[in-house]
Design a protein around this ligand. Structure first.
Ligand code: URA
Length: 239
């Protein structure tokens, strides 16, 4: 079965999930969205109001900021031109980015008042997240903010302001063996909007730009390594 079909079936199965109390107030289960063959997988915390209404991750202000970072470091000719003018057409940016990114969150349903998801809620949604990573099989995972980092690293306390920009080796439970993925921790776009130091050289916005640039280079590098050496992907090794 191809990846798109697997993801569609999973989305249908999770669309009626009642595994935790978040199901009571959600409008939509925000499963995940993007190219099933994406090289990047962006994992956020939880859907917000816009995501809940539309059923698509990262469509609000935070998502637009994240997309703008991707656009600024991209070598896609249209995005390079757009970055020069700083007139961002966010719908078009998303359309282009969707060719190489799959977006999802640690939990699929919006927590009331945008509170942090609880440990229980994260645990209930974990099999869905693991299965999504397994299916998309990205080259690099970008974890936006503390909660996806703690969840994927299976650690209680992660200081995102200390670890952002670092690349970690994360383990996901495959069907037969454990599978390792590189995961880059980045600051959450909502945090970046709050501190709003985008014009300050060496500020958090600047550092996030550098981190995203590194992420782009890493993915290109891993990709070329596979292609140049004609290496099979992890998936092919496993099956
Ligand atoms: N939108 C999402 O889908 N996830 C986040 O973490 C933030 C905004």
């Amino acid at each position: 079965m191809d990846k798109a079909t697997v993801l569609t079936q999973m989305q249908q199965a999770w669309s009626t999930c009642q595994g935790c109390l978040l199901c009571n107030e959600r409008t939509n289960v925000v499963f995940g969205y993007g190219n099933p063959d994406a090289r990047f997988m962006v994992i956020g915390e939880a859907p917000g109001m816009n995501e809940d209404e539309m059923g698509v991750p990262f469509v609000g202000h935070a998502g637009k900021l994240l997309d703008a970072f991707f656009a600024t470091v991209s070598i896609h000719p249209e995005l390079v031109e757009m970055s020069k003018t700083e007139e961002f057409d966010y719908d078009r940016i998303r359309e282009i980015l969707l060719t190489d990114i799959f977006y999802t969150n640690v939990v699929c349903c919006r927590p009331p008042e945008n509170r942090d998801p609880t440990t229980k809620e994260i645990e209930v949604c974990r099999p869905r997240l693991m299965e999504t990573i397994y299916t998309v099989d990205p080259i690099l995972i970008i974890a936006t903010g503390r909660i996806p980092c703690e969840s994927l690293l299976q650690k209680r306390k992660v200081s995102i302001t200390q670890v952002h920009g670092e690349v970690f080796d994360i383990t996901i439970e495959g069907r037969l063996i454990e599978i390792h993925y590189p995961m880059m921790a980045v600051l959450h776009p909502s945090y970046l909007m709050r501190i709003n130091d985008f014009n300050q050289s060496g500020g958090m916005g600047d550092k996030t730009y550098q981190n995203m640039l590194l992420a782009m280079h890493l993915v290109d590098w891993f990709d070329h390594l596979h292609r140049d050496r004609d290496l099979p992907t992890r998936k092919k090794i496993r099956r």
